[in-house]
Design a binder for this molecule. Structure first.
Ligand code: ATP
Ligand code: MG
Length: 392
């Protein structure tokens, strides 16, 4: 029944030149999103509005769910687009529209008209009153509530006339492409996919790096990370995933460094390698799923130690989140079921029974010196030997 969708976005922050950058990026992202939906769609910007127009047959639910993944969209409104055939005809059309859209008419409403084309013969206030009256006459169950109505009936008079009342919330955020690119440290756990989603929601493009340790971690564990990246990419757009073989470095740490510092030293090498690849690929920040106090390697002292090895800013969007808050987002974005699959992680294979919780940079750095004779070569091998997987 609807062929056209009005795309709403937060306009409050958009002034001057930024507005075009934002809108153009949003149009691009909407175009990418509808490419994945069966059918033909035209996406265009018209007088600071973005419209998606279906040319022929399409699946409404499929289109809406694709648009619900486009950051920057605050609402998706299926609209009825009418030619101007006089105000009486418009009233009739709206009465019919309400009938088609709401089988149960026991509801309150408010008409919100906007006369963007000033030569239209009826003023906005008058339109509100007259259309309201027509609806009250047609449907005894409907009542006006100007403060807190169940539905708003929006009527916008432009070259053509747009009528809508269904407002489907979008994800909000900023369109991907309006910020820089970040390097996500993506493990197979719950947290890092959520962290990637959240940073991407601010308009940041993602690359990702995964450290695996075959044969201690399996092909299935790697596939799980690919699957998670694929889910995140539904929101963030394509992700280039760098799969780094970490076994050699991990074994060296295991053999030469104090057992209780294994995780922290390992995490420092992950950060170093991630930063190296970030610099090579034009990423201007690192992203992790860390949260204060969640595990020994995420106390403030431990975070200070892992943070110390890189110069790029490290974005930790989950830093103050409880696990349950993270789970809630993971469920919402559909990474949860994949994240909880039980495949081993390289961190769990080499974990100490009593890891340090209050490491100091000085002590950790001193113990890392035990790797001095081999680490540069291993680092180079790990970086150069990485596998690159393009996630669409
Ligand atoms: P997650 O649920 O994201 O795995 P976690 O609670 O298991 O996190 P850690 O294992 O301490 O926490 O890892 C902290 C962060 O370090 C992760 O959120 C992720 O960003 C990064 N990380 C950990 N292991 C890996 C890995 N094998 N490959 C890439 N990044 C990793
Ligand atoms: Mg983990």
């Amino acid at each position: 029944m609807f062929q056209t969708f009005l795309i709403k976005y937060g306009e409050i922050f958009l002034k001057g030149k930024n507005r075009y950058v934002f809108e153009d990026a949003l149009v691009d992202q909407v175009r990418n999103a509808v490419l994945k939906v069966e059918g033909e769609f035209k996406v265009h910007k018209y007088l600071s509005r973005i419209y998606v127009e279906a040319v022929g047959e399409f699946d409404y639910d499929e289109l809406v769910s694709a648009l619900k993944k486009v950051f920057g969209i605050t609402a998706i409104c299926p609209v009825l687009v009418l030619d101007d055939e006089g105000f009486d005809k418009l009233k009739e059309e709206i009465v019919e529209y309400i009938d088609r859209t709401y089988p149960d008419k026991n509801m309150t409403f408010k008409v919100q008209s906007k006369r963007a084309r000033k030569n239209y013969p009826v003023e906005s206030m008058q339109m509100n009153a007259l259309i309201g009256e027509a609806l009250l006459d047609a449907y005894p169950g409907m009542k006006v509530d100007v403060h807190n109505p169940d539905i708003f009936v929006y009527v916008e008079v432009r070259e053509r006339i747009y009528v809508y009342s269904i407002v489907i919330p979008g994800p909000g955020g900023m369109p991907v492409g309006t910020a820089g690119k970040g390097m996500l440290l993506l493990s197979g756990g719950l947290d890092s996919p959520v962290a990637g989603y959240m940073i991407s929601k601010r308009g940041v493009r993602l690359e990702a790096v995964y450290f695996h340790a075959p044969p201690y971690t399996s092909e299935r564990a790697k596939q799980k990370v690919v699957d998670l990246a694929t889910i995140v990419a539904e929101y963030s757009g394509p992700i280039r995933l760098h799969v780094v073989n970490f076994t050699e470095i991990q074994m060296a740490i295991y053999e030469k460094c104090p057992e209780d510092e294994l995780t922290i030293i390992m995490r420092r090498y992950m950060m170093r390698i991630a930063e190296h690849i970030a610099n090579e690929t034009g990423c201007i920040g690192l992203i992790t799923g860390e949260s204060i106090g969640q595990v020994a390697s995420q106390t403030m002292q431990s975070l200070a130690c892992t943070n110390e090895v890189c110069e790029l800013p490290v974005y930790r969007p989950l830093i103050a989140f409880d696990k349950q808050d993270i789970v809630t987002i993971a469920e919402k974005i559909n990474t949860y079921e994949t994240s909880i699959l039980p495949y081993e992680d390289c961190c769990t294979t080499f974990v100490a029974e009593h890891p340090v919780t209050k490491p100091t940079v000085k002590v950790i750095a001193r113990h890392e010196e035990r790797l001095a004779d081999c680490i540069d070569e291993m680092f180079k091998t790990a970086v150069e030997g990485r596998e690159i997987i393009e996630i669409k």
